[in-house]
Unconditional design. Structure first.
Length: 94
């Protein structure tokens, strides 16, 4: 990718409150995320409520641990604090 610093982890954070989706929708999300994965970008999917569809979130990521669920919109602050610590700790690791 042009203009990116070498050795620095690239991350895309997707925040969703989407409810249940069909298999077709999950497949389309997976296909839409593929160019990011192919470019070496780590996709982290966050469900902002318990109603967020875990399968839909998972379809965006490569690794199951890159799906994070928050108990509520109010809980996002703690979720982001946890996430930023995890990303910063892993900075430079692919």
């Amino acid at each position: 990718m042009l203009g990116n610093r070498g050795g620095v982890q690239k991350v895309c954070i997707v925040l969703s409150n989407a409810r249940k989706s069909s298999y077709r929708e999950s497949r389309l999300l997976k296909e839409a995320a593929a160019p990011l994965h192919n470019a070496g970008i780590r996709v982290i999917a966050i469900g902002e409520t318990p109603l967020a569809d875990g399968n839909q979130l998972r379809s965006l990521t490569v690794h199951p641990e890159d799906v994070i669920r928050s108990s509520s919109c109010d809980g996002l602050e703690a979720t982001f604090s946890f996430l930023f610590k995890r990303i910063c700790y892993g900075a430079g690791k692919s």
